[in-house]
Design a protein. Structure first.
Length: 489
């Protein structure tokens, strides 16, 4: 009995050249931004230039957290010391290059988390996500702050958790929290998911990064002194004394509501420069009560929305929940400067992927596209290039005063929450090339026999991989690696 020779079929990825072109353009844009940043450094501007002498004094035994009010705990100046020892211009450009590379890494990991097995990512999705995120990313690159570093640690933590590496996930999240408090909301998220190992390693990592490592490097007593000064200067003013940050650049719920609903004093460290009459004249205590009440509501809504089962941690729908967490962080934080919004990269990747998915209905794709464009325009109004065209060249400051970044964040929050709810109800298998939500073309409902947990071929043999919820070998690193190896950004 003769058999026909088996010939291999080469799968042609028609989008590969398009993806390469997007990444090449992205690299060129970063290089151009680096040139402008160099000119800024030569003028002695930027957080790196401001921090460098402070960090060097810190290593000489000076408490930079008291009068100089260094914004991050001691583990941060310990971490960045090698770069700070370089000459100012070289160190600043090294810091810029490091952050540019980490922003790119974060984008790649987010794209991997949203990608469906067996399907390539359209270059339009990558281009849209990068373009929409560019405003806050560029802001942090030019400001030379550390928000991209923190975003990368958060993304690495989520990616490691998704792959089943709980120790790495917990330690990366712990370092992010030790640099800045707000990523601690992911600790609450992992508690909701009952990921006890990740939570345990997060707490252990915080002890290591806040107390053990600094005590070994700079001494226990000096570390405790610096931590207490940091608490008193950075966290205590609002948490214990109720003194909010009203500056225009603060785009959190706290800053915007106190600007809009109270008579803002002027001349203080936390007061706005632009004098605008509030919409309503409410008392400080009333607005403080409203802000804290709304913050609790946001966290409560987050808990209700983030209910996707984690039997399969590699379920790409979970990126929607991650996006809701980072948006809640930005909204309820006491301070969210414009460059803190770099984490909108996560919802932009999540929503852009769906906006270009032709399996969704035209109505849904139009809603997604409209929300993405609206959020980008709202953020752009805070730039001097766009907002500066209005209000006697102070339109961008006025836009900041009214909280356009916060408005953009709320638009993204509502749209992301909508998609998370739709896809949860659809109960679609994340590993099958079918619709990812309701109102989709070619969708298969949960009641359809083809969507049963496990299926059989015509001979009655069970077909592996057809189950919408696979056995909990989620944490099978080999299987996850095989799925991820298909993606070439």
């Amino acid at each position: 009995m003769s058999s026909e020779p088996i010939t291999s079929v080469k799968v042609i990825d028609a989008d590969r050249d398009g993806r390469r072109a997007v990444w090449i353009v992205w690299t060129i844009v970063l290089l151009i931004a680096g040139g402008y940043h160099y000119l800024k450094v030569r003028e002695g501007r930027g957080a790196f230039v401001r921090w460098r002498p402070q960090v060097l004094k810190f290593w000489q035994g000076e408490n930079i957290f008291d009068k100089q009010m260094f914004p991050n705990p001691p583990i941060f100046p310990i971490s960045v010391y090698p770069i700070m020892t370089l000459p100012e211009s070289i160190g600043a450009m090294t810091w810029f290059a490091l952050k540019g590379a980490l922003a790119t890494l974060s984008a790649i990991l987010c794209l991997r988390m949203v990608k469906e097995p067996g399907r390539s990512i359209s270059p339009w999705v990558i281009a849209a996500a990068l373009a929409l995120s560019f405003r806050p990313i560029l802001s942090d690159l030019h400001h030379a702050n550390n928000n991209i570093i923190i975003m990368t640690l958060v993304v690495l933590s989520l990616y490691a958790w998704r792959k089943g590496y709980d120790v790495i996930a917990g330690l990366a999240l712990a370092l992010a929290i030790s640099y800045k408090v707000t990523p601690g909301l992911f600790g609450f998220y992992f508690l909701m998911k009952r990921s006890w190992r990740t939570v345990g390693w997060t707490f252990l990592g915080m002890v290591l990064f806040l107390f053990v490592v600094p005590a070994i490097v700079i001494g226990r007593d000096f570390n405790i002194e610096c931590l207490l000064s940091w608490w008193h200067r950075i966290l205590s003013p609002y948490l214990t004394e109720g003194v909010p940050s009203r500056q225009e650049m603060n785009q959190s719920l706290v800053g915007v509501m106190f600007r809009l609903f109270t008579d803002s004093p002027r001349g203080g460290r936390y007061d706005p420069e632009l004098h605008q009459a509030p919409i309503f004249h409410l008392t400080h205590s009333t607005v403080d009560f409203l802000v804290k009440g709304l913050s609790i509501v946001f966290v409560g809504v987050l808990a209700m929305l983030c209910r996707t089962k984690t039997t399969r941690r590699d379920d790409r729908r979970l990126l929607g929940e991650f996006s809701l967490v980072v948006l809640t962080m930005l909204i309820v934080s006491e301070r969210s400067w414009k460059h803190h919004f770099v984490t909108v990269l996560l919802p932009y990747v999540y929503l852009s992927y769906r906006a270009f998915d032709l399996r969704l209905s035209k109505r849904d794709r139009n809603i997604l596209a409209g929300s993405l464009i609206a959020s980008a325009i709202l953020m752009a109004t805070t730039s001097s290039e766009m907002g500066g065209l209005f209000a006697r060249r102070e339109g961008h400051v006025v836009a900041q005063w009214y909280g356009m970044f916060l408005a953009a964040g709320i638009v993204l929050y509502i749209t992301t929450a909508w998609r998370v709810l739709v896809e949860r109800k659809a109960a679609i298998d994340p590993d099958r090339n079918i619709a990812i939500g309701s109102n989709c073309d070619n969708s298969i409902s949960e009641s359809d026999p083809r969507s049963n947990r496990g299926s059989a071929d015509r001979s009655g043999t069970r077909v592996e991989g057809a189950s919408p919820i696979a056995p909990p070998h989620l944490d099978s690193k080999r299987d996850a690696a095989e799925r991820e190896s298909r993606f070439q950004p």
